[in-house]
Design a protein around this ligand. Structure first.
Ligand SMILES: [Fe+2]
Ligand SMILES: [Fe+2]
Length: 341
């Protein structure tokens, strides 16, 4: 820098820093609940590498079983592998907004947790397939081929929301972003507890219990921010939230229920292939909830969320798929998606 550009020679104090700038130089502590959740996240951190992998003998499974179990982890990865960048972007936003210190740390903890979840997906897939990714892996069975075709379609669909998300982050308030996050967290917390209870492999039992505990904390983060911000919500934001809940339902159904064909661009045999794979995995002791159990689970998660939104007079969308009536929302596209897992 040339000397003439230096301000320090001509002024005693520097000019004001233009806002928003990315970092606050302050550590405000207001929302006590957030401090507690962050402390819990520090205590409860776990390492996927340290699960009891030595108890897992993949050779005791047939190739069909291995491919079916790896497929379920692949579905989960479509969501969990995009969660670290999605939450990292939200964390940057908390810095730009000069959010409370504990809010910034909580978002960091979610990003870190999601990285763990993704890490576990990778470890499970690599062990079961003997290959580091499910897309270039060479299937050994007919079922494996069908499931790989499914995986390719899931990956294609999941890739379509990132550009939209990047535009949504600066556009919406944290309050709106939370409503979408919350939806994923509520549903995730329930399904992982169920899987932890039902799975027979110690490594999965423990892994799912840890993920379920993380998701419960993520849920609590969203809830405490909503409690703080929702009493002052703008009317426009309420309409956006209603739409996002419907979008979240359509998006997350792919992992928590079955992908709705009007929203997911998938081939005709997709659902049948997935059901076949799930049946094989289930019989091998990998506890994927049945169609009816998933439906019940998903419905309860929606009703839970509805209970939260009702408190703040935010209209709930109709979710006829699980028997919930409400506001009709139709024009949803992948580009409108905010929710993650
Ligand atoms: Fe997760
Ligand atoms: Fe999460």
């Amino acid at each position: 820098m040339a000397n003439k550009d230096k301000l320090a020679g001509s002024m005693e104090f520097p000019p004001e820093t233009q806002q928003p700038n990315v970092y606050p130089l302050s550590w405000v502590s207001k929302t006590k609940k957030m401090e507690e959740i962050y402390s819990a996240s520090q205590r409860e951190w776990w390492d996927p590498e340290k699960l009891p992998w030595d108890t897992l003998d993949v050779d005791s499974y047939s190739w069909e079983e291995r491919e079916a179990i790896a497929y379920w982890w692949t579905i989960l990865s479509v969501f969990d592998a995009s969660a670290p960048p999605v939450f990292a972007a939200a964390m940057i936003k908390t810095y730009e907004l000069h959010e409370e210190d504990a809010v910034r740390r909580c978002f960091f903890s979610v990003t870190r947790d999601e990285q763990n979840h993704e890490h576990l997906c990778g470890l499970a897939i690599t062990k079961f397939l003997g290959h580091t990714d499910p897309l270039t892996y060479e299937p050994k069975t007919e079922l494996g081929k069908k499931l790989q075709k499914n995986a390719k379609w899931l990956y294609y669909n999941g890739g379509r929301y990132w550009e939209g998300y990047k535009k949504a982050v600066p556009k919406y308030s944290l309050a709106v972003l939370f409503s979408s996050f919350l939806m994923g967290e509520i549903a995730a917390a329930t399904i992982f507890h169920q899987m932890a209870a039902g799975c027979t492999e110690p490594v999965f039992k423990e892994g799912f219990a840890s993920i379920g505990r993380d998701e419960g904390r993520h849920m609590a983060i969203c809830m405490s921010l909503m409690e703080r911000d929702y009493p002052h919500l703008e009317l426009d934001d309420k309409a956006t939230i209603t739409k996002q809940i419907r979008a979240g339902y359509l998006f997350l159904s792919a992992v928590l229920f079955e992908p709705p064909v009007e929203f997911w661009d998938i081939p005709e045999d997709f659902i049948a292939n997935q059901r076949e794979g799930e049946e094989v995995a289930r019989k091998a002791g990998f506890h994927i909830p049945t169609y009816e159990a998933k439906k019940e689970n998903w419905k309860n998660a929606m009703l839970n969320l509805k209970g939260v939104l009702d408190k703040y007079d935010i209209p709930f969308p109709a979710i006829p798929e699980v028997g919930i009536s409400g506001e009709e929302i139709t024009d949803i596209d992948m580009e409108d998606i905010i929710p993650v897992f």
